[in-house]
Ligand binder design. Sequence first.
Ligand code: NAD
Length: 484
Amino acid sequence: MRDVTALLASLPTGLWIDGQQAKASEGATFPVHDPATGEVLLEVADATAGDGARALDAAAACQREWAATPTRVRAEILRRAWELVIERRDDFALLMTLEMGKPLAESDGEVTYGAEFLRWFSEEAVRVHGRFTPSPSGNGRILVTKQPVGPTLAITPWNFPLAMGTRKIAPALAAGCTMLVKPAPETPLTMLLLGQVFADAGLPPGVLSILPTSRAAQLTDPMFADPRLRKVTFTGSTAVGKILLAQAATHVLRTSMELGGNAPFVVFADANLDDAVDGAMAAKMRNIGEACTAANRFHVDNAVRQEFTAKLTARMRALKIGPGHLDGVQVGPLINERQRNTVSELVFDAVAKGAVVTTGGASQPGPGYFFEPTLLTDVPADARILREEVFGPVAAITGFDGEAEGIAAANDTEFGLAAYIYTTDLNRALRVGESLESGMVGINRGIISDVAAPFGGIKQSGLGREAGTEGIEEYLETKYLALP
Ligand code: NAD
């Protein structure tokens, strides 16, 4: 494994503005912590509104030239960035484990997944098409072209420090947009290292700026009001998404929103229960439960509920908890004390209302912000955990009788990001899959993210899609040229 001290000493900790590492204008820094110990890893530059203005100046100044850069050239830069992330795989993986807490094997998986957006959109860059048709009236011709939206602000969360950035940066650059990235303050180091990758890959100065800050709104509010900014793409909580949507409305700024989830995991009586338990472990425990696609609510047909609960309990009880860089660890710490308190409160509330704990149920003593893998069953309908995103290693089981009741329970939420169903009946899989109110449905699968598939939610889980062939559309305007 890469030496931690050597890795930390090699990292960029300044802002990336105009292709350079820069100090924040007031010289301020803020600390980045290791959630497994609570200790400070490094101090990074703390961007101010003035730094944001400088970065937007640079983005606006090179927008036209970047848009006019041949798509093959843009594609080659993205391709090179993909190669460099893969070459530096060990650094990226260890760094994500250090600043976010996930087990090293999962960080390594995120390197592959996150880098893949760079390769995928390097391939999509050269396949942006318009169309040419005669008008049905016989009067004139219609030429439809696609143009980059323009300078875009990306605001990203801490749970996938690399992939939530590359899923935005890669399609934006492929489409010909310049971009300012404000990473989450918990995990800015991964994004700053990605800035180094882009500098090394030959990205022209100004096209991409990276602006960590401890004062998000102070940095981004003035950008929303600046007419040179043309779009905001956000991944994070629904609560913050609503604030940003309101701000964007004032300036009629285009938005993409990847927001919170509260995914149901529905097990029908005809499911293969061993497969369902495997899928449940993946859908619940990936990323320590801190994934927007994480299964939150397990709705299990009462005919198989006891057996499913016993099998899942045994699997969750066997998980090894600890700092993510240690061998064999499957469950790392939660991101911070606040997140651990939220998880504790949701478990406490459910138990107080009558839920039964079959394994886990408590925080682990410090250092670090560990919470035991926890399974709750007989969770009553009024428990907060069935309504609110838990973002931790806690599964809540409730029973249902028959397909209609299962679908109704799954859809009983204002969220609509991911859903999972387990059944061996193909007709039921299609019928239920079409009835679920969510942007993505896993059918006999616990992991659904795929660079080639459209990722996104409906209802209060968001607007727009990332990845797939749809992802680049978020960064393109459609223009109609009326021809004689
Ligand atoms: P968060 O909403 O607290 O923060 C997200 C980002 O927004 C951070 O960079 C934060 O600094 C910034 N931010 C907060 N307030 C802001 C403001 N007023 N102005 C500008 N920026 C502001 O979310 P989080 O805790 O970092 O991430 C967890 C949430 O993200 C969960 O709800 C999860 O479901 C969601 N998420 C969604 C997806 C998806 O694709 N749908 C993917 C990952 C995470």
